[in-house]
Design a protein. Structure first.
Length: 326
């Protein structure tokens, strides 16, 4: 005999929202006695978009609570840096330049802050829209035809030769832009030759910086792994340490190997959270799509897992993970 349908009440909804904000998942709440089952909760959300939005907001808060509980020290939200980031983004600076190794915050920390604080994520999105409008206005004010400037060309060559990418230099607010640079290179063969030499020099500078072990290089590698990349994929990127170099570091530096292990654990936890989110948001009509998405995430999880060395008397994980390993 089927149990009687659960009657909806504001007290029950408030309790569900409060428990989700403390970190419990909606699926786990639905399995407990006295709570509506999963299909009842889905039906309530289909009939009431306001309730669906309320539960989605509570789910975001709860995800941030679980994330910060699992990583209490590594990705703690810094209000001062968060405010600086929002103000600079609102002033027109691209977020991709501020969220990098030498910017205001690393990309992985930024993603963690957005998960920990949905209010910060919403404010950052508003700042991005305002900054996009500021950049469009600057573009309109920029001279359509940027005349040849020898002093400007020297500045560009100098910055590129020191290791900066040409695209990053050209897109600066005080520089002519890529289109003007292409025109200058066609009209000024001497400038084009000097720029080619500077680009080769820049690649060598970045390659040497990535080939030597350093705390910043190790942090960057771990951030890429935590963001979802495999160790072999990082070694294949131009300018990054080669895969054999990374494996040598892991064999000779226990601290770096421990960092890699923590990054892998965080990456696996992030993928599992994505699987749980897809399962929570799935409806009967979208169940097949949810299964396909979960299958792709599970495949990615298996592909990036470290391989196991056979014939060594036990299950010893390979440091490099083979061709497709993490």
């Amino acid at each position: 005999m089927a149990p009687p349908p659960t009657l909806r009440s504001e007290a029950m909804i408030g309790e569900i929202v409060e428990r989700m904000q403390r970190g419990e998942s909606l699926h786990r709440i639905s399995q407990q006695a006295g709570m509506p089952n999963w299909f009842t909760l889905m039906r309530w959300q289909r009939c009431d978009p306001g309730l669906k939005a309320r539960l989605a907001q509570a789910r975001d808060w709860g995800r941030g609570v679980r994330f910060q509980g699992a990583h209490p020290d590594r990705f703690r939200l810094d209000p001062v840096r968060a405010l600086e980031l929002i103000e600079r983004v609102r002033a027109g600076e691209p977020l991709r330049q501020l969220a990098r190794r030498y910017g205001v915050v690393e990309r992985q920390s930024l993603d963690a802050w957005k998960r920990i604080s949905p209010d910060f994520a919403l404010e950052l999105e508003r700042a991005k829209q305002a900054g996009r409008a500021v950049r469009e206005q600057r573009l309109k004010m920029r001279p359509f035809t940027w005349l040849w400037d020898e002093a400007m060309s020297d500045r560009i060559v100098l910055r590129v030769s020191r290791g900066e990418r040409l695209i990053d230099v050209a897109r600066g607010p005080d520089f002519p832009g890529l289109h003007a640079l292409r025109r200058w290179r066609r009209a000024q063969p001497a400038f084009d030759g000097a720029l080619k030499i500077a680009i080769r020099r820049s690649r060598q500078v970045r390659a040497r910086a990535h080939g030597r072990y350093g705390a910043s290089t190790a942090d960057e590698v771990c951030e890429r792994i935590a963001a979802g990349a495999a160790l072999s994929e990082i070694g294949a990127v131009a300018g990054a340490p080669h895969g054999s170099t990374l494996r040598t570091w892991m064999r000779t530096r226990p601290g770096f190997a421990e960092q890699i292990a923590q990054a892998r654990a965080f990456r696996d936890e992030m993928i599992e959270d994505q699987v749980a989110d897809i399962a929570d948001a799935a409806l009967p009509a979208t169940m097949e799509d949810a299964r396909r998405q979960i299958g792709r995430l599970r495949t990615r999880l298996r592909a990036t897992a470290p391989k196991v060395r056979k014939g060594t008397g036990g299950a010893e994980a390979l440091t490099g993970g083979g061709r497709r390993g993490a």
